[in-house]
Ligand binder design. Structure first.
Ligand code: NAD
Ligand code: AKB
Length: 318
């Protein structure tokens, strides 16, 4: 079956890279990128792109039918830091956009598969922090985390009740050099590279020893593709799969950057995002993802840091 793939949120941190990877795999003409805002030029120029608001359910259904869409990657969301500033708006966008997509998948026969990302934000202060299991206590106390946990319940419901093939990953903080992150708590781990290269110093909004699970974008993209291409009967989870990779604190990341930029200095001025980070795990047990669909990240802290510095220097002409 020829797949026609729609990406919602294609201009964002994940979408701007995932779109290009899916175009390599499925053919540029079969991967339809959409967003509220303009994407980077390579996404715009390498295949179809349309400005589309996922909250507009009528335009969404027309788009899906007109382009014979068979799979949706729904990436649009308000992330943890921004969500705390406007909780009701974040809840409205995160939940209703997902319900729009799921309802469409239930109604449109050809649209058979939906990817929707969850997050380590589904965990909360009562969750075991180290090597957090796939199945454990989930009592998030951020609006973003609550929306991700509710989203997981909804996608599993649509899988069981209506047979929609829903798939999801609980991404940790994602680190990338192409598109800057969109308002999360883990954004410091990207900002730090830009500031280190531009100014040789960084004031971190998390405290020095706040350890969080992280992952390099190349590993996240390959994981996403691998999960979506797995045989359905191999998958035991239709809510969100834990995936780990890296786990470090701001001071550990700063020490790794200093190996390349010895003059680099970091100071700490925790803001409201510190309280969010303190409720999240430090490291993740991803044995179920490894067993079910062969999840295997490749980047360690040293290699991720080397590539980030090299690519951001090239981008900034430094
Ligand atoms: P991002 O903020 O960089 O990108 C989201 C994109 O969605 C933006 O380009 C935005 O313009 C678009 N968008 C927002 N509202 C829209 C609407 N109404 N209609 C259409 N497009 C809209 O986010 P991201 O980092 O790429 O994250 C993508 C998904 O992955 C989100 O669901 C996020 O919660 C999840 N996630 C991300 C991370 C991470 O570290 N980046 C970690 C865990 C989970
Ligand atoms: C955020 O910090 O909000 C995201 C996430 C881990 O979901 N990066």
């Amino acid at each position: 079956m020829k797949e026609n793939i729609m990406i919602i949120g294609a201009s964002g941190q994940i979408g701007s890279e995932l779109t290009l990877r899916l175009r390599e795999l499925y053919g540029a003409g079969h991967v339809f990128a959409t967003d509220l805002k303009e994407p980077p030029s390579d996404v715009r120029e390498s295949g179809p792109f349309e400005i589309l608001d996922v909250m507009d359910d009528k335009r969404l259904i027309h788009f899906v039918i007109r382009n014979k869409i068979t799979q949706i990657y729904h990436l649009a969301a308000v992330l943890s830091g921004n969500a705390e500033k406007l909780p009701m708006q974040a809840w409205h966008i995160n939940m209703n956009s997902l319900l729009n997509v799921l309802d469409l998948a239930k109604e449109v026969e050809e649209l058979h598969k939906v990817f929707w990302p969850s997050s380590i934000a589904i965990f909360g202060p009562t969750t075991p922090k180290k090597n957090t299991p796939q199945l454990t206590i989930t009592e998030p106390n951020t609006v973003y985390g609550i929306s991700k946990l509710a989203g997981e319940r909804w996608i599993e419901y649509f899988y069981k009740r209506y047979g929609v093939d829903t798939r999801s990953i609980r991404y940790p903080g994602l680190i990338s050099y192409k598109t800057e992150p969109g308002g999360g708590t883990t954004d410091y781990a990207v900002e730090i590279f830009y500031q280190a290269i531009k100014h040789g110093r960084y004031e971190c909004f998390l405290d020095h020893d706040t350890t969080l699970p992280m992952l390099f974008m190349a590993d996240a993209i390959e994981a996403t593709v691998r999960l979506m291409e797995s045989e359905a009967d191999k998958l035991s989870i239709h809510a969100g799969y834990n995936i780990g990779g890296l786990s470090f604190s701001p001071e550990e990341l700063a020490a790794e950057i200093k190996k390349h930029l010895p003059e680099f200095t970091i100071t700490y001025k925790p803001d409201f995002r510190q309280a969010i980070a303190e409720t999240w795990p430090e490291s993740i047990d991803d044995s179920v993802a490894r067993r079910d669909w062969g999840y295997q990240p490749r980047y360690d802290l040293a290699e991720m840091t080397r590539v980030m510095l090299q690519k951001i220097k090239e981008k900034l002409n430094k």
